[in-house]
Design a protein around this ligand. Sequence first.
Ligand SMILES: Cc1ncc(COP(=O)(O)O)c(C=O)c1O
Length: 370
Amino acid sequence: MGTPHFGTRASENRPANKKNRGAGNNLRCANGRRSRVGRTCLPFGTLYRNGPIGELRNRGDHERRAPGQSLYQANKIIKFDGCYHGHADGLLVKAGSGIAALGLPDSPGVPPGFARETLVARFNDPASLEGLFDRHGKNIAAVIVEPVCGNMGVIPPAPGFLDAMRKVAHAYGALLIYDEVITGFRVALGGAQQLYKLQPDLTCLGKILGGGLPLAAFGGRREIMNLLAPEGPVYQAGTLSGNPLAVAAGLAVLRLLSRRGTYSALEDLGRKMEEGYRAVLRQYGIHGTVNRVGSMMTVFFGVDRVQSAADARRGDCAQFARYFHGMLRRGVYWPPSQFEAAFVSLSHLEKDIAKTLQAFSAWAREERRR
Ligand SMILES: Cc1ncc(COP(=O)(O)O)c(C=O)c1O
């Protein structure tokens, strides 16, 4: 896929040398139009039912051109405990976000046959992933992951974990899908795959892409995208696909994000928040920890280290609830669940960080007196 060129103009994306001569080729996207978006083809549309998941499930008897693999059928998907990938039947298994916050059971109403095709591994635990591949090997079509988790609170990938995931998936001929709905354009203009210098086979994007309006996209290797109709047999469409208003809003946001200094400014504000939070936890002897990647951050209470959904679930949600309401009383509206990420944005100023830290400090003082 090369460095992701999400949203770049055709003229910005011409091949500069032999090495990237694939870039700039005309591709036919799912809306039937020819598009010059480099080797990454991005049909704008609905993410999941008709998106990569549908594509993988549908491709049944299509030849899989993954390394070292020949023809076979694969119906299963691996996801990670605590990752959330939207309201797609098979992916509401062990999902984070609101499902984790409300403590809902997995997928009631989802036909068991769908849920059975979803296997669940532990984030930051390569052995759990390898175990699933050992057992289900060629039945696994793909691994889908939030490369930096945002739906069980923020959990960064441990060094080497994403690489291990890519290696094992490709060794078995499975595709690797990064769900960058949260991390795309947030942790870097090219998302987590740019930050960690690793390329998935497919990428899902949403939210930020539409500048707040309903828009989502997925893209990836040309031979996969060529499976989409009308080029290939996999149908993909949606009422809001390529919606001009949402695309215009998205382009405006991308132009703002492309300005020099954007991501260093976000990192700077994020770092100040993290350092301030850590200092307050220390000062008031509150047991907890802070996870952060760029502008994404979570404070977990009652735990020393959070590297997986199981770690996050061990956190003290009652204390989090006191924290949330304590902050709200002091004028700071933190995301209302231990299993959500807080984001620093470009509209935040140093004084907003200072106000947040003051509120946290005041709450911590009150909390210590309990
Ligand atoms: C990582 C991730 N993927 C997918 C989704 C689903 O997006 P939507 O609700 O727009 O379908 C979300 C929503 O929060 C998300 O956080």
